[in-house]
Every structure is written in C-alpha cells, then in structure tokens.
Design a protein. Structure first.
Length: 201
C-alpha cells in the first residue's frame, strides 16, 4: 500500500488560504459600504466595489477550479501578488498611505515568508515595498470630509517609514519560524516515504 505525500515543503494549504481570503474580502466589502452608506463619506464607491469583486472572483476560481489540496509555490505567488495589487488599488482610491488599513499590505509577504520559497518571499517584499512608496507619492485624497484634515509632513512620511520597518522586521521573524516549520515538513515527508517503502516490501 502506497501512501501519497500530501504536504510539500514550500506550499500553502488551499482551504486555509481560501478562508482567510474570504474573511479579507468580506471585511473590505463591509468596510467600504459602511463608510459610504452610514458615514456618508465621498469617494469612488463603484470602482472600490469592482476591485473587491475581482478578489471575490479569484477566490471562487480558487475554490471550485483549483483541485489540489496544496497551493504550489508558483500558484501561491500568483494569488498573493493579486492580493497585494488588489489592496493597493483600494488604498489608492481611499487615501493611499494615510488610510489606516494600509497596514494590511504587510500580510501577504509575511504569510509567504513562513510557507514559501525565500525567492518568492523576497519578490513579494519588493512588490509590497514598491506599493508603499507608490501610495506615499500617488493616491486620491482621503474620503471626504477627512480630506480637509491637514497632515504634517513629518507625520505623513513617518507612516510609510514605519510600514517599511515593520515589513522587514515581521518578514525576518516569520522567515526564521518558517524555516523551522519547513524542517518539520521535510522530516514528515521522509517518514512518509519510509513507511511507504515498508508497505511495498
């Protein structure tokens, strides 16, 4: 009897990732609609919802058309990259780096650092870094009436500086813990191979 190898050293559990993405997508949807219809803030509401729909469509594809238990390193990279671009687009429409939800830009790369290859992680860190810099320089104003608030330049540029420091700090520690997790996965894979060979004999 041959045991199939269900875990790979560099991979993501598909169902776990799908559930996390649904939480993020629903959170975005609820937040955007509360800000629009309850607080009556002025921003590009339609475009923001369309961007959220792109994330929802990608998650539906991942749920029903991607049949593997684990997301490969390349597939995980594609979806995590989409997450960064999608959130960056939302932040662009809603105040850029001043939006308090800009902290969520750090999540995809930190998530990757403990599960995926180091090259994948470094690429996602670079994309996140570019997104932070872009949103610092280019973005639409905060939704009205928040756009009337005057922000000191020192405070303004302290936000992306803090995000970049947190990005590097969190990824470093996630990478260290990820190495330990990958060592355990490799040990489990070797045990499964030995058990499989014993059953064949």
């Amino acid at each position: 009897m041959e045991l199939s190898k269900i875990s790979e050293t560099y991979s993501l559990n598909r169902l776990t990732y799908i559930n996390l993405r649904w939480i993020g997508i629903l959170g975005q949807l609820v937040t955007i609609n509360i800000v629009k219809f309850i607080f009556d803030f002025n921003f590009d509401f339609i475009s923001a919802n369309l961007i959220i729909c792109i994330g929802a469509i990608s998650n539906i594809f991942l749920t029903y058309y991607y049949n593997k238990i684990q997301l490969s390193n390349q597939s995980a990279l594609n979806f995590l990259l989409l997450d960064i671009i999608q959130l960056s687009s939302l932040l662009y429409l809603t105040g850029g780096i001043l939006n308090p939800f800009s902290i969520f830009l750090l999540i995809p790369s930190v998530f990757a650092s403990s599960n995926l290859k180091i090259k994948t992680n470094l690429f996602l860190i670079s994309v996140t870094l570019i997104s932070i810099i872009f949103l610092t320089i280019y973005s639409k104003e905060l939704p009205g009436p928040l756009n009337k608030i005057i922000i000191n330049n020192y405070y303004y540029y302290a936000i992306p500086t803090g995000l970049i420091i947190a990005l590097l700090f969190l990824n470093y520690f996630a990478l260290i813990f990820g190495k330990e997790s990958n060592l355990r996965k490799e040990a489990l894979n070797k045990i499964q191979e030995l058990i499989s060979k014993e059953h064949e004999l």
